[in-house]
Design a protein around this ligand. Structure first.
Ligand code: ZN
Length: 336
């Protein structure tokens, strides 16, 4: 009889039969290990959740304190045992609290990277390459066309536009968890000291980041009434992408619509969304980061999930690395 695999895909998500746990399950389960707080990875309703302190706090902020039956903190770098399986969380460089999860048994180590990036991000710990036998990688931007420029260059373009159009408000679409705080922090690092106006949907998460010692500078609520509409001339307003499609966005004076996302590499996407100033800033790895990371882990086998699975699988095969697509469903990252 062949031994049961250490991890296998199930409709609920990646499952470890020996430890009887799931990683980032998309349906409520008994025991869930969660890589990070984005809604497609971190869902409410599990009986037991293990995650980093920051991810647990983010889940409580988003879903309420009763988001799980019970919770357990995973300390980065500290090995734990679940049913004879070793489990260790390591930084993933994706958003605050994000982790890769290394699962180990009988000398075999599989690393579930969750979502990750290699570009520097002043709002979270950098990705740590972990040597492993099997590396499970995302492939959101798993095509050679996706190459993200340094985020600092994109922020410099935004500030140039702000200087160029002092009478217009700049509306920056950025996902509520991670991207928004990273954009704000990058603006501060670039020397922008004015108050930054934020949509109400970002308030709790921005507060949380500030509490964690990530200085976002002066933030003001982006509430407008007609009387102070002109007060937003020359201002930078950050909000979730969904807010820019509704009436909220039309309250600002002659707004410049900007959007910070890896998808902004594709001109057509920017056009379709009516984005005047596309900013290519992503919390996911681009093609070069994906392929470099696979080599760095030294993995002899790669499993590819959510995104452009086939291209990365093909690349692995050409490189002589065994690879397969996982075809997991339910992951539509809210933080691209
Ligand atoms: Zn994510």
């Amino acid at each position: 009889m062949r031994p049961a695999p250490l991890l296998l895909p199930r409709p609920e998500g990646l499952y470890c039969p020996m430890g009887d746990f799931f990683v980032d399950p998309v349906r409520p389960v008994d025991r869930a290990l969660i890589t990070h707080g984005h809604a497609d990875h971190a869902r409410s309703g599990h009986a037991h959740v293990m995650a980093t302190d920051d991810t647990l706090a983010i889940m409580a902020l988003r879903y309420g304190e009763d988001f799980a039956g019970a919770t357990q903190t995973a300390v980065l770098g500290e090995r734990m045992e679940i049913g004879g399986v070793g489990v260790t969380f390591h930084p993933a460089g994706h958003v605050l609290g994000s982790a890769q999860i290394a699962v180990e048994q009988a000398g075999t180590r599989i690393v579930v990277s969750g979502d990750y990036k290699r570009q520097a991000d002043p709002t979270c710990l950098p990705f740590e390459p972990i040597a492993c036998d099997i590396f499970i990688t995302e492939a959101t931007f798993g095509l050679p066309v996706f190459r993200h420029p340094p985020a600092e260059e994109e922020v410099a373009r935004l500030l140039k536009s702000v200087r160029q159009f002092p009478e217009r408000a700049h509306l920056v679409g950025a996902y509520a968890l991670g991207k928004a705080q990273r954009m704000i922090r990058l603006l501060r690092d670039a020397g922008y000291e004015e108050p930054i106006y934020i949509h109400g949907a970002l308030a709790k998460l921005c507060d949380f980041y500030q509490q964690k010692g990530i200085d976002l500078g002066p933030l003001e609520p982006a509430t407008v009434d007609r009387a102070n509409k002109e007060g937003f001339a020359g201002a930078i307003v950050v909000g979730p992408p969904s807010a820019f499609a509704d009436r909220w966005a039309r309250r600002f004076p002659d707004p410049v619509s900007a959007f910070a996302s890896g998808w902004m590499r594709i001109r057509q996407r920017a056009k379709q969304r009516g984005v005047e100033l596309p900013l290519i800033v992503s919390d996911h790895s681009d093609w070069d980061e994906l392929t470099a990371t696979i080599h760095e882990t030294g993995a002899g086998e790669v499993w590819v999930t959510h995104g452009r699975e086939e291209a990365l699988v093909r690349w692995c095969e050409i490189e002589g690395i065994k690879a397969r697509p996982l075809h997991l469903v339910g992951y539509e990252d809210e933080g691209d």
